[in-house]
Each structure stands twice: as structure tokens, then as C-alpha cells.
Design a binder for this molecule. Structure first.
Ligand code: 5GP
Length: 201
């Protein structure tokens, strides 16, 4: 069985990546890694499902224990990808999506150069503000902080392999599958198939 692919999937907060992922995850070949975080749960959060919520002390202990593939501080909270959420699944042929911010993404790109990296853009900054305000989960001050963080993140989008604009949902989701399929068909990923064709004489 061939291994799964590691997919870095970054989008500024409020970009609608959650809605995109809901569609993508209907395909059982994909799973998202459940990150660890020190941020407070929101109403829609479920511990162990949306995040592994933990104290700063527990997070730091795991970090020192080498349990993270990457970690980063984002808006005063720690976030990190546990290795146990990634490698066992990749070994079993599952494509693992890391929903992570830019600093973590850069660190994974270095550590795992064969990871596929995708950045999701909002259609405009104006639309991003509208979506964040509509969500109503954060205070105005936090929204302003997330917007300026978003502008900084977007300025790094060109470091990723692919950029997808999350305008109409169906288009963005179909762009995601197109990108993954393109990767699967790269000559460098096709050696097994090439050998099979040659052997079937
Ligand atoms: P939120 O608090 O809105 O759920 O997430 C804030 C930011 O943290 C988002 O950009 C999200 O992608 C990022 N994030 C979530 N989990 C991780 C993680 O494990 N590592 C890193 N580096 N970023 C993460």
C-alpha cells in the first residue's frame, strides 16, 4: 500500500477553511490532524475533536518531550501538531491535512520537504472582516488583531506550493482536489505505476 501524503493547509482565521474542510473530509482518504492548543474552547469546540485543549504547562511538557512535529505561538496562544496525529495515519495510506498557521507551516516545509503546501486566500480583506464579524466569537479588539495577522500571513502565501481563493465554496473544494490529484500524477510520485506498467509485458 502506498503511503498517504502530508498536506499543509493554511488560511488566515475566518477564511472559511473550516467549511472547505467539511467538504474535503467527506472523502475518507483524508483526515485532519487534531492539534493541541492552549487557547480557550469556543462554543462549537469539542475537546479531542476540534482540538486537544490543554494548559500551557502540559503543552510545554509535551514540547520538551519531543511529541510535536511543529508548534507556534499565535495571538498569545500556543498551537502544535502532535506526531501521533500524523505519522501513524500516513503509514496507513491516509492523507493527513495540517490546518496550521504560517510559522508552523514554514517549519513543516523544512522538516518534511515532500509535504504538499496549500494557502487559502479570502476573496478580499473586506470580505474577511465581514466573515470574522459575522462569526461573532471574538471581541472587536481580537478581530482587529486577527485581521492584521491575516495581512501578514497573506504576505507569505507565495512560499506555498499552491494558492486557492475561497470564493464560491464548490470551486475552492474542487481546486483542492485538482491540486492533490496533480501531485499524485507528478512523475516523481509515479515510480510504482511506471514499474507496474513495465512488468506487465
Ligand atoms: P483558531 O484559534 O482560529 O482555531 O486558530 C488560529 C490559528 O492557529 C489558525 O491559523 C490555525 O490554522 C492555527 N493552528 C491550529 N492548529 C495549529 C497547529 O497545530 N500548529 C500551528 N502552527 N498552527 C495551528
Amino acid at each position: 500500500m502506498s503511503k498517504g501524503r502530508l498536506i499543509i493547509f493554511s488560511a488566515p482565521s475566518g477564511c472559511g477553511k473550516g467549511t472547505m474542510l467539511e467538504q474535503i473530509l467527506k472523502d475518507s482518504r483524508f483526515r485532519t490532524s487534531v492539534s493541541a492548543t492552549t487557547r480557550a474552547p469556543r462554543d462549537i469546540d469539542v475537546d479531542g475533536v476540534t482540538y486537544h485543549f490543554m494548559s500551557r504547562e502540559d503543552f510545554t511538557a509535551k514540547l520538551e518531550n519531543g511529541e510535536f512535529l511543529e508548534s507556534a505561538e499565535y495571538c498569545q496562544n500556543l498551537y502544535g501538531t502532535l506526531l501521533s496525529e500524523v505519522d501513524p495515519y500516513i503509514e496507513n495510506g491516509i492523507n493527513v491535512i495540517l490546518e496550521i498557521e504560517v510559522q508552523g507551516a514554514m517549519s513543516v516545509m523544512e522538516k518534511r520537504p515532500d509535504a504538499l503546501s496549500i494557502f487559502v486566500l479570502p476573496p478580499s480583506m473586506k470580505e474577511l472582516r465581514r466573515r470574522l464579524e459575522k462569526r461573532g466569537t471574538e471581541a472587536q479588539e481580537v478581530i482587529e488583531e486577527r485581521l492584521s495577522k491575516a495581512a501578514w500571513e497573506i504576505s507569505h502565501a507565495e512560499k506555498y506550493d499552491y494558492v486557492i481563493v475561497n470564493g464560491p465554496l464548490e470551486e475552492a473544494v474542487s481546486d483542492f482536489f485538482a491540486v492533490v490529484r496533480g501531485e499524485e500524477l507528478k512523475a516523481s510520485s509515479m515510480s510504482e505505476t511506471i514499474n507496474e506498467v513495465l512488468q506487465n509485458a
